[in-house]
Design a protein. Structure first.
Length: 384
């Protein structure tokens, strides 16, 4: 959670820079055209106030990240493009993406994963201009193991794994769109035309048709609504996820867990984000249903351990940014304020809620930060 909070705090600042400059030409996305009916298997995103591309019907864990949030984070990280981190994974990534006409920074809409019967299934929602070139892209990514084209957008390739050889399965499913919310992030998501499913990455699943893992429309909508309900405002949702029964801390088990991060657009109600001329607020929620029901003493102990762990983690992250000027110091001190003034926890029966909301930080606690921020960037330096 420490790395998430660091990155998300930076992302909120980045929103002021990218609120209207979002595509390769620096132009906000136009209203999407009416969707076309797709014959055959497809993926129908779950649309609430935000877009969720995949909702598995029965999964031990599941999570999805809106790539617009990632773009916002990367705009402040010193990278050349939002896709640079992925490009560094292998020298074959750039030529493979070039062969397919795919820009990782511009064309990705979401990244997610879920449990497929004890094996992870990963997926990427993207705008693929040339889906017919998937085999060519896979061939470049894995030159020692040419992919097999199994037909109907299904490919497999043999690769080395930690536990020996494994068979990776890649399946392309077109997206069947309905209505898409008219906010900027949803309209960006609405450009995606395929979900690429990747299975067998742990060597356990020989093959699994993703269609059989997806929830029907009613079940998917109910699952997404239940999970995102932890947020006060579900617009501008960045991350959503759920976890099923599993061990937690000694003596406790999780019956159900929900988590979400949101960045809803705000007016004047968030002094911290207003200080940075960001149009968004920050809302991080983690909701746990535990067995047995914890006491306040239990939870206070967990919070103390968590603060110590996150503090050590933050110190390590901060050292990586050492020497980059006063602005980064301000950002990390902002994180400390978020971790203290923005934090709340609540216990109701066996349910525990941990939350961080920047609109809880009072103006009085921002005076010194605002002064240092202005000193670092100059008066009006953070103006849109």
């Amino acid at each position: 959670m420490g790395h998430v909070l660091v990155g998300f705090a930076l992302a909120l600042v980045a929103c002021k820079k990218s609120e209207t400059v979002v595509d390769k030409d620096g132009v906000a996305p136009a209203k999407l055209p009416a969707p076309k009916k797709i014959d055959g298997p497809s993926v129908s995103p779950v649309v609430t106030n935000s877009v969720t591309f995949v909702a598995p019907k029965d999964s031990a864990w599941w999570g999805e990240m809106n790539f617009a949030c990632y773009r916002a984070v990367m705009s402040l990280s010193g990278t050349k493009t939002p896709g640079e981190a992925f490009e560094k994974l292998s020298p074959n990534v750039v030529p493979a993406m070039t062969a397919m006409g795919l820009d990782l920074g511009r064309d990705l809409a979401a990244i997610g994963g879920y449990d497929c019967g004890g094996s992870p299934c990963m997926y990427v929602a993207a705008n693929l201009a040339h889906p017919e070139k998937m085999s060519e892209m896979l061939k470049i990514l894995s030159p020692g193991s040419p992919p097999k084209d199994l037909g109907k957008g299904h490919f497999s390739l043999e690769t080395a794994g930690v536990n020996g050889p494994r068979t990776i399965h890649v399946r392309l499913l077109p997206i069947q769109w309905g209505e898409v919310p008219d906010d900027r992030w949803s309209q960006e998501a609405g450009k995606a035309n395929y979900v690429v499913f990747i299975g067998g990455i742990d060597g356990k699943n020989a093959d699994l048709d993703p269609v059989v893992t997806l929830a029907d429309a009613a079940t998917g909508l109910a699952k997404v609504k239940d999970t995102e309900a932890v947020l006060a405002d579900t617009r501008g949702r960045c991350i959503i996820g759920a976890v099923g029964p599993r061990d937690f801390l000694p003596g406790f088990k999780i019956e159900k867990a929900r988590f979400a991060i949101g960045a809803p657009e705000t007016a004047e109600a968030d002094p911290m984000m207003k200080m940075m001329n960001s149009k968004r607020s920050m809302d991080v929620q983690v909701d746990l249903a535990l067995s047995p029901a914890p006491t306040s003493t239990d939870v206070d102990g967990w919070i103390s351990m968590g603060k110590m762990y996150i503090g050590n983690m933050a110190d390590g992250v901060r050292s990586q940014f050492a020497g980059q000027g006063g602005l980064m110091d301000v950002y990390f001190d902002m994180l400390t304020v978020i971790g203290t003034k923005a934090f709340r926890h609540d216990i109701k029966g066996n349910a525990v809620r941990f939350s961080w909301r920047t609109d809880r930080v009072p103006q009085a606690d921002l005076t010194d930060l605002e002064r240092r921020l202005e000193a670092a960037v100059g008066p009006g330096g953070l103006a849109p």
